[in-house]
Ligand binder design. Structure first.
Ligand SMILES: [Fe+2]
Length: 373
């Protein structure tokens, strides 16, 4: 039987009909924003300021959208989280971009003021904006409609200047010469926010930034910055060395996963019909449809165990204790919920069958009890 190809996602639709796809992602643990941009016509994209622990999420989105990642770039060597750049490079082959001034290992695209990061027909212009660290960069979209300012300029704030060669005088110059000279309508996307503010504009920061906007002078700004008295970020001891390796782990994980799980952007561990069909003897296929469906003309996977979704919690003792579970239903929807429930209950080895029995059949794998009518 011919294998049904997955329908190609319209990137234009995902981009809201425009020519540029833009996503802002958030890591709640560190208040870090990650940005994904892609040129719709070529599907080439870049990702800015990834977080190591969010790699699975970010990669799932890139894959679901069908984006060919050109580069994973960072605005600076962060002190509060480790970049996911090396993991992204390993997964997609993309370049790793960071300021050459940082001197980090594993950087394949060392960046400096005036460089362009090209993705398809679009590009980000690199501007040096030191002061928070000596290697801080900001990335300005080719049409100057948006800029990614890292920690140089935050929403109604700015990055601290009290370590990593920070300097308040330098930061004042960077912000005023490189960022606030952009068009007033240029949207500014920060590296962090801890109170839910995701975007600002040049006009707003000129008017309302309490450190440097309004009538503030360089002396006012420096006086403010030198008296912040902030505690050091709690992850600094692991974050800085990790970022000086571009996020390459010191020791690579050697424990093999029980199956080649792919995590969806929805957060689910998934397996393909091909893998499940080839490993049916090593897993329990758990069918969570109703008994009528299980015994009806649609058929079932040979040897599968039936526990309908509404009964899953009360009948969990019927699940084999030490056998991996692959959860199935008609389309993969009810089994997705069952997979989440089982993971939440502490079951370590469980995955959803991607696309459910519909995709299983479409890919040519057999079912027992199928009516030929
Ligand atoms: Fe920072």
């Amino acid at each position: 039987m011919a294998v049904a190809a997955a329908p190609a996602l319209s990137l234009s639709a995902a981009a809201g009909g425009g020519s540029l796809l833009f996503r802002q992602l958030f890591d709640a643990d560190t208040g870090t924003f990650t940005y994904l941009l892609a040129d719709v016509s070529s599907r080439k994209g870049v990702i800015i300021d990834t977080v190591f622990e969010q790699h699975g999420r970010d990669l799932a989105l890139i894959r679901e959208l069908g984006i060919e990642l050109v580069a994973s770039i960072d605005t600076h060597a962060h002190a509060d989280h480790v970049t996911g750049s090396w993991l992204m490079h390993e997964a997609t082959g993309c370049a790793i971009g960071l300021a050459a001034a940082t001197g980090a290992e594993n950087v394949t695209q060392p960046l400096a003021h005036g460089d362009s990061i090209v993705f398809g027909s679009r590009a980000l212009q690199v501007r040096a904006t030191p002061g928070h660290t000596n290697g801080c960069l900001s990335f300005v979209l080719d049409d100057q409609s948006m800029a990614f300012s890292g920690d140089a300029l935050l929403v109604r704030g700015c990055g601290r200047c009290d370590f990593q060669q920070g300097n308040a005088h330098t930061l004042w110059a960077s912000i005023n010469e490189q960022l606030l000279t952009l068009p007033e309508s240029c949207l500014l996307y920060p590296g962090h926010d801890y109170t839910g503010r995701g975007v600002t504009s040049v006009a707003e920061e000129k008017a309302f930034n309490p450190r440097l906007g309004g009538y503030a002078s360089e002396r006012d700004f420096v006086g403010h910055m030198q008296n912040l008295k902030l505690p050091h970020p709690h992850k600094i001891a692991e974050a800085l060395p990790g970022n000086m390796r571009s996020g390459k782990p010191r020791e690579l994980a050697t424990a093999a996963a029980w199956a080649p799980l792919a995590r969806s952007y929805a957060g689910l561990p998934e397996l393909t019909p091909t893998w499940v069909a080839a490993h049916q003897g090593e897993v329990t296929v758990l069918d969570v449809r109703s008994a009528e469906e299980f015994n009806g003309p649609d058929g079932r996977v040979a040897g599968s165990l039936l526990i309908p979704l509404p009964e899953l919690e009360s009948r969990s003792s019927e699940l084999p204790a030490n056998c991996p579970l692959v959860v199935v239903c008609h389309s993969g929807s009810r089994s997705a919920l069952a997979t989440q429930q089982l993971l939440k209950a502490g079951r370590p080895q469980v995955a959803n069958l991607r696309g459910g029995l519909r995709r299983w059949t479409a890919e040519g794998y057999p079912l027992d009890g199928v009516s030929q009518d």
